[in-house]
Design a protein around this ligand. Sequence first.
Ligand code: SF4
Length: 428
Amino acid sequence: MLEAAGLSFDALWVAGAVGRGVAAGTRAQSAAADRLAAQPRRAARGPAARELAYARALTAQLDASAPTVVFSYADTVDDHKNLPSPLIAHLPRVAATWLQPAPASRALFASEPALERVADEHAPAWTAGAPFRGGATLIEAQSACPFQAAARFVCARTDGPMLRGLQPTERGKFVHAAFAAFWRGVRDQRTLLALDESRLAATIAQAVVAGRAAVNDALWEALPPVVAAVESGHVERLMKQWIDKVERNRPPFVVADEERRVGLTLAGHALDLRIDRLDDLGDGRMAVIDYKTGMSVAPERWFDERPQGPQLGLYAMALGAETRIAALVYAQLKPGQVKAVGLVDAEATWPGLPAPADLRRVSVADWTDAQQQLAASIGALAQAAHEGDARIVPRGPKVCRVCALMPLCRKAAVDEADDGADDTESGA
Ligand code: SF4
């Protein structure tokens, strides 16, 4: 009883409010307090009077500590009729059948209070100087939807549960590792062109076996053998298509480096990047190549107000002015749509790929301007991430269709509520 005094509750039920039940203290004092409580107030004197004053204050405090307070007492005990404590005599009686007060939450719901809207558009800012988690994917997500970037890379603490089977990420690792193994053996286009069909097939098959090591053994073991064989066959076919369609038909090159780790600092945060491939074009100029197992973003979209496909721009920034970059190319390895997607300094560098002057929808003066524009837009995205920009403003409906965070951001529910509000206004 004493511990409850002074606290506030959603609802309170004080049992045992029989005569002598509520007043604290010794039995004799309580009995005296009860007797005094039954008398007019002006008659109270001495220690019992003090006890009564205390008991009254305590009862009043309990009575005020919740929106709904019930004092109850046993009507009879051992065939003896009980009376309620005089301390609660002034309270209205309620029916004995009324056993359960309505929960406060239900009362709150029934009262339909006006909902408060809070636009919380800021995640915690990144700690100054801490490395950006997520690499190029963070910058890409910041452009797609600031909330998505914050939820995935600022607020998320753990990866989701491991799913059975190869997921797109695992398949991507597999493809990357298989290509890396292939070019470790076949270093340049001249060697590639010297391979006959059967030697090329054998080299690809070996690379695929090596690439499997990039995926956790436990995942392979979890796959039925027939599914694992399908995965390997799929990668083998993709590699063959890419090599036949693209690598054999472009100007000569030497693979200068693979899976090169590079660092970049943006908005004061270190970013750890890995460039899939760097090709020497024979005159000191380099092509930066990024393998993509899905659809790649066309270069015109790289220069949108909210740029898409920023990886290659990030790699160019990380390589810096000391690397003479002449081509930024995504190797699109999507079944049935295998092709190179990118931007080059001049048409002759990689026939079939556009130079800045070929871009119609955006204004890019030349190759230098292209790199400067990419660096500026990526820098702005990094600054927004640094400041904790977490607005729910997807770049377009497509972004939400491939995002699993709808239950967290509740965009659909908010849009629906907004539509309802608009309807109400227009009908008023
Ligand atoms: S569902 Fe749409 S709005 Fe929500 S986090 Fe994903 S991209 Fe952003």
